[in-house]
Ligand binder design. Structure first.
Ligand SMILES: Nc1ncnc2c1ncn2[C@@H]1O[C@H](COP(=O)(O)OP(=O)(O)OP(=O)(O)O)[C@@H](O)[C@H]1O
Ligand SMILES: N[C@@H](CCO)C(=O)O
Length: 343
């Protein structure tokens, strides 16, 4: 579960007094998630989420995350929004942690994603990339290629405890990706420049809510940053399009990419680089999961995520020659197949 920090009813009532949100009726910790502590709050006015920001969130980044939610919502994306205090601030302090009260989003994340879900996710991801345009704040991706080796250095000694040979395999892959990774976005507008902007960077099924097969919104923007837009697609392909037995599901890949391209067609340069970016995305989650796997003490109240799931995904990407291996087809064709316009 992810409730690292306990809060008392007394502290909570004192906190809510700073907001115009009615009085507390009930609250409970939310077991899901691994990063932050989340509480579901019912007040006489509405339902809210209270998030206390934990270890991996740098407090200096909070204005970016909270401002981004406001910006995306103002530009038509359905996502939670920070509730302002009476003094206008979005951030509070509770139990010694930075904390924010966030609007509650209806829906539930899909436990068994279908191709229809994947198509909706592709659309929503493109919408988010477009809605992010014009956001004034900037945040480097701390978990892009430059961040991988420092993470690896903290886990490499013990990697073979998780699987014999894992250390050598990661070292070789990291070295290859460091050499091949595209240069950081430069603002260059040439045809082969890769489009960059605001990315979600963690668009896993547990961060996308649906009501039936209709997507009701995206949550958890706490890894969002500025990076290559197609890298976000690489992350989403990893998170949504593999089956439990480790096989890549081409139908889901096609649906996700068609959905994306119905709103934002990929450039030829993005299509070319997608296998590399998907491969890097697999290594990124392999490394963070491996680090957490080794660093989380036994008995900690959090469900550890399996690093080896991402080793299997990484090996799949190593064999993908071009983006058609994920189901990518020319934007016009994918639109015809969907029989939709860009609505
Ligand atoms: N705005 C919201 N509306 C409704 N439920 C929410 C909202 N924000 C969070 N939740 C609930 O809390 C859970 C955990 O939230 P979130 O994914 O933000 O936590 P996290 O610890 O940052 O997780 P992750 O491991 O995905 O990074 C979600 O799965 C969802 O059930
Ligand atoms: N989505 C991440 C955990 C949250 O950072 C993972 O599945 O490894």
């Amino acid at each position: 579960m992810a409730v690292y920090t306990d809060v008392t009813e007394e502290d909570l009532c004192a906190l809510l007094a700073a907001y115009d949100v009615g009085t507390l009726l009930s609250y409970k910790g939310i077991a899901e998630g691994v990063e932050n502590s989340n509480y579901l709050l019912r007040t006489s006015a509405d339902t809210f989420i209270l998030t206390l920001y934990e270890k991996r969130v740098n407090p200096d980044d909070l204005p970016f995350f909270l401002g981004l939610m406001d910006h995306l919502a103002a530009n038509g994306l359905t996502c939670p929004q920070p509730i302002r205090r009476r003094d206008g601030a979005a951030l509070s302090t509770l139990a010694g942690r930075p904390a924010a009260l966030i609007s509650f989003l209806d829906g539930a994340w899909p436990r068994k994603p279908t191709a229809a879900h994947c198509r909706e996710v592709g659309r929503a991801l493109a919408r988010m990339h477009l809605a992010g345009e014009g956001f004034a704040l900037h945040r480097e991706n701390a978990l892009s290629v430059e961040g991988w080796r420092p993470l690896w250095n903290q886990a490499s000694d013990r990697a073979d405890e998780v699987e014999p040979g894992l250390g050598a395999e990661i070292e070789a892959e990291l070295t290859r990706l460091e050499a091949a990774w595209p240069a950081p976005p430069s603002g260059d507008a040439s045809a082969d420049a890769l489009p960059a902007g605001i990315i979600h960077a963690d668009l896993f099924p547990d961060n996308v809510f649906f009501i039936g097969e209709r997507l009701s919104g995206l949550i958890d923007f706490y890894f969002a940053c500025n990076d290559l837009l197609a890298y976000d697609l690489g992350i989403a392909l990893n998170a949504w399009c593999f089956e439990a037995d480790g096989a890549f599901n081409l139908t889901k890949g096609m649906a996700l990419l068609d959905g994306y391209q119905s709103r934002r067609p990929l450039t030829p340069a993005e299509s070319d680089v997608l296998p590399l970016l998907a491969r890097g995305a697999a290594l990124r989650f392999l490394l963070t999961r491996l680090y957490d796997w080794l660093a989380t003490p036994p008995g900690a109240l959090v469900v550890k995520k399996d690093p080896l799931e991402y080793l299997r995904k990484l090996r799949f990407h190593q064999g993908v020659q071009n983006a058609s291996g994920y189901g990518l087809r020319p934007a016009a064709k994918s639109r015809q197949a969907q029989g939709t316009s860009s609505s």
